[in-house]
Design a binder for this molecule. Structure first.
Ligand code: 4NP
Length: 154
């Protein structure tokens, strides 16, 4: 199973989600069965490491920041991924516009599985500077995705 996290710049929310989800997958002993990556809908930050405040929050939660480098999503990603999990409605709109028809059902909002928050966004900390809030929102949503994906493993 391949899981791709997507935000706008791929320097704040989606690399944090990638690192957090990889740690969840590793802790569950599923790293052979679930692959994790992230990308941005924009190429604005291509080649850049995560935002310094995102890195600081990740490190404060003992998450790895190794190997995280921003890149824009490509058509190959749509084929590769089984799940494309994005952060806000703008990501959703852009992904639906970019994705081939056959891959549309792969696209989800991160909060979709969080009871009572199904349609809520994970706001862009690039603007809010609330990077710890981003971590907390992802910490609530990501275990629910792992639970769902685990059910589909054979
Ligand atoms: P992200 O945050 O989508 O969570 O990575 C942003 C990073 C960069 C920009 C916007 C949002 N930017 O405009 O460059």
């Amino acid at each position: 199973m391949n899981v791709l996290f997507v935000c706008l710049g791929n320097i704040c929310r989606s690399p944090m989600a990638e690192s957090m989800f990889r740690q969840l997958v590793n802790s569950a002993g599923l790293s052979d069965q679930i692959k994790v990556d992230s990308a941005g809908t924009s190429n604005e930050e291509e080649g850049n490491r995560p935002h310094p405040e995102a890195r600081a929050v990740m490190q404060s939660h003992h998450l790895s920041v190794e190997g995280l480098v921003s890149r824009p999503i490509t058509q190959r990603d749509f084929a590769w991924a089984d799940y494309i999990i994005c952060m806000d409605n703008m990501n959703l709109y852009n992904l639906r516009r970019l994705a081939p028809a056959a891959d549309q059902t792969k696209i989800h909002l991160a909060n979709e599985l969080v009871p009572g928050h199904e349609k809520t966004e994970i706001p862009d900390p690039w603007y809010t500077h609330r990077f710890e809030d981003t971590y907390q929102s992802l910490a609530r949503a990501l275990p629910l995705w792992l639970k769902q994906i685990k059910r589909q493993l054979n």
